[in-house]
Design a protein around this ligand. Structure first.
Ligand SMILES: [Zn+2]
Length: 123
């Protein structure tokens, strides 16, 4: 882009001190100003992009532990069979009492309030 501006400047220079050359010089000056503004804009966007990449990388590193936490928490808001609390942590699986012979399992949760285990067949 700078080469193009230099070439245009040379071509305009070859026109001498004519009115057309003066007009073209003015326009070239405006183009140059716009180019500088665009370069600054690109620099800001590149910096913003670099910042977002860094933030994204940090979030990606947190993702496995967040996912693990989510899977071991109680996303379906099941309630404890003993006290009714939904403050449960997933602690395992077991065969469903009715359909276990068909391979169906229940999710086992331990209540963080009373310590009782409850099992739920996923819908
Ligand atoms: Zn409980």
């Amino acid at each position: 882009m700078n080469d193009l501006l230099i070439t245009l400047g040379s071509l305009i220079g070859a026109l001498g001190n004519t009115q057309s050359a003066a007009t073209l010089r003015d326009h070239l000056g405006l183009v140059n100003t716009q180019l500088q503004l665009l370069k600054e804009h690109v620099e800001r966007l590149e910096q913003e992009n670099a910042d977002l990449k860094q933030r994204n990388q940090a979030l990606e590193q947190q993702l496995p532990s967040q996912l693990n936490h989510y899977q071991n928490s109680n996303p379906n808001r099941y309630c404890c069979d003993n006290c009714g609390s939904d403050n449960l942590t997933r602690t395992g699986n077991r065969a469903d009492p009715t359909f276990g012979v068909l391979g169906m399992k229940q999710a086992v949760f331990t209540c963080n309030d009373c310590g009782t285990e409850s099992a739920f067949t996923p819908n």
